[in-house]
Design a protein around this ligand. Structure first.
Ligand code: DLL
Length: 435
């Protein structure tokens, strides 16, 4: 018999019960937050000194936003709500681009995160019959461990292979007849292009589906991966400040991602005015943890841009959905005054069948002006020696980008496999103006 993990009481909770549940848990969150030096002071500034000062969910709106900079300032312990001996794990940002930020977890926090990941893998149709190859890095990054325990809880056979070592990934996929993988979309595209080189055919594998996340990717990129492997790919969103993966995941209908609203209170704001955006409009996601002890976070500004889809979902889950992440408000490029998100460029080039699986955007200064170069790989069949064909393709890419985003980039074509590849999150933009 197939065993599925399914928490129907909470996943199909009605709106009114959800609101009551959220209020109860928000009060508990305030209780834990008041134990931290950081929030004790901040909440006092808006006259919240006890959980009883929260009477309705809208009282949350009195509380100032929490930002990444706040988390840098409270490092290492000013936001810790429990005695150190109650902490069982921490995850931290790598600190390569700034000060380190850290999120602590008690055993209860880990159990609750595990529950969300178990719901997510079940939501995409996995059961105890699935063999799960977790290709996300294990370590301080949350992608590996975050899915690991949830998949075990849902009864899957977990292969904790981590990221990288593509040859070994293929061997395991074949020998253990892996049915389900978790990886960054860019890594899946990368391995698809070297599968043949390694002498494998799709029929060697038993792959059925993948969970892709940790980086922005377009609908066309999803479709490309699905057709290259002949599988279903589901989008999974999260951030280490809200545990990690499985804050929001697509169900079998692949029509936006359900946010687990029992665990995260969701708001969308206009990042310029900081006012709440009307439901359905695009804005920045803001989350409040509702079920976390060690590191409660109130109104955390993610910088991620999306919109809420409040329509009921055919799957029956009542938790509202958010659209695919468009990008981050801080990764918007301004090219000679025109605003462009890297994701918009990706969407255009991934629609073109001649274009391969990897790309890179480079921005430089040319005198007073900004110069943008889009480097893309081209599929093996397209990369011929005929310079006229390549010139025509270059021009078409340039024109398609110009039509859609009103900037005119230089376009460089590269042979498949020649652009740099990361094992984890892809680096899509090099902005030399900043260096
Ligand atoms: O990337 C957690 C994660 C791991 C999510 C595995 C999904 C799968 P961070 O390293 O803190 O955590 O990076 C979080 O990555 O704010 C988004 O900008 C981006 N991101 C994550 N998932 C998606 C997604 C993990 N599905 C940051 N689509 C977030 C677009 C995503 N962007």
């Amino acid at each position: 018999m197939d065993i599925r993990y399914w928490n129907s009481e909470i996943e199909t909770i009605d709106k009114k019960d959800l609101k009551n549940y959220q209020l109860e848990n928000l009060k508990e969150t305030i209780y834990w937050a008041l134990k931290t030096p950081f929030y004790k002071e901040r909440l006092a500034s808006v006259e919240i000194t006890s959980p009883d000062d929260i009477k309705t969910l809208s009282d949350l709106k009195k509380i100032p936003y929490t930002t990444k900079d706040d988390l840098r300032r409270v490092y290492p312990y000013n936001h810790l709500a429990v005695p150190k001996e109650d902490v069982v794990r921490l995850h931290a940002s790598s600190g390569t681009t700034g000060a380190i930020t850290v999120i602590y977890h008690t055993q209860r926090d880990i159990d609750r995160w595990t529950e969300l990941a178990a719901r997510a893998v079940t939501m995409v149709g996995c059961t105890n019959k699935d063999v799960f190859q977790n290709m996300m890095s294990y370590g301080l990054f949350t992608g590996g461990l975050g899915l690991h325990y949830g998949a075990e809880k849902a009864g899957l056979t977990v292969i904790p292979i981590s990221a990288g070592n593509t040859k070994r990934q293929f061997k395991f996929m074949k020998d253990f007849q892996t049915t389900f993988v978790h990886a960054t979309p860019s890594y899946l595209l990368h391995i698809s292009s070297i599968m043949q080189e390694e002498g494998y055919k799709l029929s060697d594998f038993n792959l059925k589906k993948a969970l892709g996340g940790a980086e922005p990717h377009s609908e066309d990129m999803r479709k490309k991966i699905e057709s290259l492997f002949n599988i279903d790919v589901y989008n999974n969103y999260g951030l280490s400040e809200m545990n990690g993966p499985c804050v929001a995941t697509e169900c079998l209908y692949k029509d936006d991602m359900h946010v687990w609203e029992d665990s995260f209170y969701l708001e969308i704001i206009n990042p310029d005015t900081l006012e709440e955006a009307p439901e359905g409009e695009e804005g920045e996601l803001v989350f409040t943890t509702l079920r976390r002890q060690a590191t409660p976070l109130l109104r955390y500004r993610t910088r991620d841009l999306s919109s809420i889809n409040p329509a009921p979902c055919k799957c029956g889950r009542t938790h509202r959905r958010i659209a695919r992440i468009k990008g981050r408000s801080d990764d918007m490029l301004i090219i000679n005054g025109v605003n462009v998100f890297p994701a918009q460029i990706e969407e255009i080039i991934m629609k073109m069948p001649e274009v391969g699986t990897n790309y890179l955007i480079v921005v430089d200064k040319a005198g007073a002006l900004d110069k943008i170069t889009v480097k893309t790989e081209v599929g093996p069949n397209t990369f011929s020696d005929d310079a006229r064909d390549l010139n025509a393709l270059r021009e078409r890419i340039k024109q398609n980008i110009k039509d859609a985003v009103l900037i005119s980039p230089a376009v460089e074509l590269h042979e498949q496999g020649k652009l740099p590849v990361q094992e984890g999150k892809a680096k899509r933009v090099i902005d030399n103006r900043k260096t």
